[in-house]
Design a protein around this ligand. Structure first.
Ligand SMILES: [Zn+2]
Ligand SMILES: [Zn+2]
Length: 172
């Protein structure tokens, strides 16, 4: 979708915008329920295919900066309420209800006025290149960096069977 270079570290502006979005969602929920909710710590630590994750017990929300950058406005108006709704539902009902059950859907529709979509529409980062290695007992996935170390002469042995790891396949 976007051909702009993707920065891997969130700018202060992005962190502020995301934090403001989260607080706004909590404000709306508090007005709706007449409750005070414990505000979550939030950050851009989410990686991979998920746009965000709500860590209920820790009261922490992780957002995916790779996706945020594609469309900050869209991200703040869909992903942020999605994750805050998980926290709100957890603080009201505990962990007895389904993650995307009727309670969560009701918060999405009644508090935020948005469609309770479970999935996002952002591009996902390309899968990590994996180099396949084998020992006597199992397959090992090596990163590009680790594979490069092998090419420079570093040897790895399997912790389990103690046999040396051998290179079998490059990423497709
Ligand atoms: Zn969810
Ligand atoms: Zn092994």
């Amino acid at each position: 979708m976007s051909s702009k270079p993707q920065k891997s570290y969130a700018t202060t502006d992005a962190i502020n915008a995301m934090t403001e979005g989260v607080n706004l969602c909590f404000d709306k929920a508090e007005r709706f329920f007449g409750n005070v909710f414990q505000r979550s710590a939030c950050n851009f630590k989410q990686r991979g295919r998920a746009a965000g994750t709500a860590h209920l017990q820790k009261n922490e929300i992780r957002f995916n900066y790779f996706m945020y950058q594609q469309n900050p406005f869209e991200f703040i108006s869909t992903v942020v309420p999605h994750e805050v709704a998980h926290i709100v539902v957890f603080q009201i009902y505990g962990s007895t209800v389904k993650p995307h059950g009727k309670e969560w859907r009701a918060v999405m529709m009644k508090v935020y006025g948005i469609k309770p979509d479970r999935t996002h529409t952002f591009d996902t980062p390309p899968p990590k290149e994996t180099y396949l290695y084998h020992c006597d007992c199992q397959q090992h996935d090596f990163t590009k960096q680790r594979h490069a170390r092998v090419l420079r002469g570093v040897e790895y042995v399997c912790k389990n069977c103690k046999s040396p790891l051998k290179f079998i396949l490059t990423p497709q």
